[in-house]
Design a protein around this ligand. Structure first.
Ligand code: GLC
Length: 664
């Protein structure tokens, strides 16, 4: 743009010179001094700009130079507009290729379920992401576009991706080495479609499972989150240290949501933590901040503030938390990115929200629809002095550091390496990692005595198995929320192995397998496997009253039908209950009636992992990352209840020989 302007100024000066000569005036063709001076000064300025830009490009486009030098050089030639647009992230269905070329917007995201118009296959995504990335390179400075997505249990938006157990199941597995394996697969399946950034991991430590995001947390205990999220972030980002350049298979992580989201009153999502700022600081010191320390120690490049408030003040506009604690005390050098339109929940006019949040420490604004307005507001506020140039430059420097470190300035859009990764999207090898995660995430809650044998011993004698419940043949239910769509949904929504399919494949050599959605039983069945639980949900849609923490109504009916059928058949099959849910739910009425009870949480696409343990040679190793109460009406005071009120305590889990497992 500057280049074009320069040519215009030059031609204007030359034209006036030519005009004068054409008048035949004796004096040597010359333009008035004013023209030369004004044009000259503009010319000089433009020339300096052009020259400065060329000089700067020699530095910021030189991948042999340290990140800090490249950031400084680039920042030095950015206009106020270019800086402001680097600080906004728009939703992909609100950003066109032309918008990217016109504004040089810093980032685009796909929120849950925000697929390319053309479709939801990996090729549709690769095309969409890369057309936006290519457009960014056509801007004056050619600052690459950062594309973010919620790959929170695999690259879960995209059809055919490997979908892992949700975090609460990985909390049950409690295996840091497994977290590294998962991170490598996720990073490769995200990079495969050109995306460089995932809004993961969630570091919540949920205290009240009424909260719709309970399953996005690893554990109620922060020490577990430290143990699992640190290695995950390190592996996701390719173990990048300091200002090093990330390996090309790695992606940018996001520690979220900062902070206190699991402590809101009654588990209300985006609700209020009813503590004073001083009390909350004490809570931070008691461990709640530790997962962020662990992620920062592993060089996490971005942090996302939480929607919740502390004592009525929204985290997004809490300068004490975002700047004093996160950036200064914890030494976070990366980029703080606001949550989806979250600044709209803060106080005052839109201008005040932008000013308050940026001055509190937000660097990039996830303003899905209002991204252009947000950038223009930043420009206005900087000109008015309500956001200092120093704060803006700090924000832009943080953003550029992330972009340089993730090789965005040095990667080729749609590279050969990306296409190589594209070829392994959803591969069997990747799915084997997910299958292992399923096995390790299962928790055996009951291993009862059947004819003098333990249920898990007796089950080996099965010859005729009836698997009951819609959840036994439903990829959508076994994956839960954040799968293909934001909320997820029941049904055959993506590629994977339903639970009953896994059981059939495991036992087909020696046993007959039937599947009954409504619980009609083959009277000759010697084993009944009943799958019950929740339907998918995400965020506030999952917030429930205590009385709603139970299997869906269809599953309650199923359980009743099975009891009636067994009574009518007059036989006494071995009965196994499998729960697929994002959190503990009320199964009190069934624990006594079933010989074995397994908590499978939300296993993801590789449902065969359940059969591997239930009928195969693998043993149960999972333990509960969350306290399971008896009476869900008392859930709001769960952590004050006596042991007698706890059905299964935090850390509980059995193995096939009935031993109590010790949580690592
Ligand atoms: C959502 C979630 C956050 C997610 C973001 C982008 O509202 O709070 O976890 O990363 O928006 O989808």
């Amino acid at each position: 743009m500057k280049g074009k302007k320069l040519i215009k100024v030059l031609s204007a000066v030359l034209a006036s010179a030519l005009f004068l000569t054409s008048c035949g005036k004796a004096e040597e063709a010359s333009v008035s001094s004013e023209t030369w001076i004004s044009a000259g000064s503009e010319l000089a300025e433009e020339a300096v700009d052009e020259q400065a830009l060329e000089e700067a490009k020699k530095i910021y486009l030189n991948k042999d130079l340290p990140v800090a030098e490249r950031v400084e050089a680039l920042l030095s030639v950015m206009t106020l507009e270019e800086k402001a647009y680097q600080c906004v992230q728009g939703e992909q269905d609100n950003v066109s290729v032309e918008d990217v070329k016109r504004t040089g917007i810093g980032s685009v995201l796909s929120g849950g379920g925000s697929d390319p118009v053309e479709g939801n296959l990996p090729e549709h995504w690769q095309k969409r992401v890369n057309e936006l990335k290519a457009a960014a390179l056509e801007t004056r400075l050619g600052i690459p576009l950062l594309y973010g997505i919620d790959a929170v249990h695999g690259n879960n938006n995209i059809y055919g991706a490997t979908v892992f157990p949700h975090n609460i199941g990985l909390g049950a597995a409690n295996d840091p080495e497994l977290m590294e394996e998962i991170a490598h697969v996720v990073a490769r399946e995200v990079r495969a479609i050109g995306v460089q950034y995932s809004f993961a991991p969630c570091l919540a430590n949920p205290q009240n499972e009424r909260w719709g995001r309970t399953y996005e947390g690893f554990s109620e205990k922060t020490a577990d989150v430290v143990r699992l999220a640190g290695p995950f972030v390190a592996a996701l980002q390719g173990n990048v240290k300091g200002d090093e350049y990330m390996p090309e298979d790695a992606i940018i992580a996001c520690a979220k949501h900062f902070i206190g989201e699991g402590y809101t009153a009654e588990g209300v999502n985006q609700g209020n933590v009813e503590m004073s700022a001083a009390e909350f600081d004490e809570l931070l010191g008691m461990g709640v901040v530790d997962p962020y320390k662990a992620c920062i120690d592993n060089n996490v490049l971005t942090v996302m503030p939480s929607y919740n408030s502390i004592d009525g003040l929204k985290c997004h506009e809490n300068k004490h938390l975002l700047t004093d604690v996160l950036k200064e005390q914890l030494g976070f050098k990366g980029m703080v990115i606001s949550d989806y339109n979250a600044i709209g929940q803060c106080s005052g006019t839109y201008d005040e929200e932008v000013a308050n949040c940026m001055n509190a420490g937000v660097d990039m604004f996830m303003e899905a629809q209002e991204w252009d307005r947000c950038a223009q507001t930043i420009i206005k506020l900087v000109k008015k002095g309500e956001i200092s140039e120093e704060r803006l430059d700090d924000a832009v420097s943080r953003i550029l550091r992330v972009k340089f470190m993730s090789n965005m300035f040095d990667e080729e859009v749609g590279s050969a390496h990306e296409n190589e990764l594209f070829g392994e999207f959803g591969s069997e090898e990747n799915r084997e990692v997910a299958r292992r995660a399923v096995r390790e995430s299962l928790v055996l809650l009951k291993n009862g005595n059947v004819d003098g044998k333990l249920a898990m011993e007796k089950i080996k004698e099965a010859t005729n198995i009836t698997v009951c419940g819609s959840g036994a043949f439903d990829i959508g239910r076994q994956c839960g929320g954040w799968t293909i769509s934001w909320q997820g949904e029941a049904g055959n929504i993506t590629l994977g192995t339903p639970i009953v399919q896994g059981i059939y494949d495991e036992v087909k050599e020696y046993a007959k397998v039937s599947h009954s959605v409504r619980g009609e039983l083959d009277a000759a069945s010697d084993v009944i496997v009943t799958v019950v639980g929740e339907n998918p949900y995400a965020e506030s849609a999952g917030d429930v009253k205590p009385s709603d923490l139970k299997p869906i109504s269809g599953d309650v009916k199923l359980l009743e039908t099975i009891e009636e059928q067994i009574a009518a058949n007059g036989n006494d099959p071995l009965k196994v209950l499998i729960v697929i849910a994002g959190r503990p739910i009320d199964i009190n009425d069934y624990v006594d009636k079933y010989d074995a009870v397994v908590m499978a949480f939300l296993p993801g696409t590789e449902g065969e992992g359940i059969a591997d343990v239930l009928f195969g040679d693998y043993d149960f190793t999972g333990t509960l990352p969350i306290t399971w109460v008896k009476d869900f009406k008392k859930i709001d005071e769960k952590h004050e209840l006596p042991e007698s009120e706890i059905l299964f305590p935090y850390g509980f889990g059995l193995n096939k020989t009935g031993e109590l497992l010790v949580r690592k």
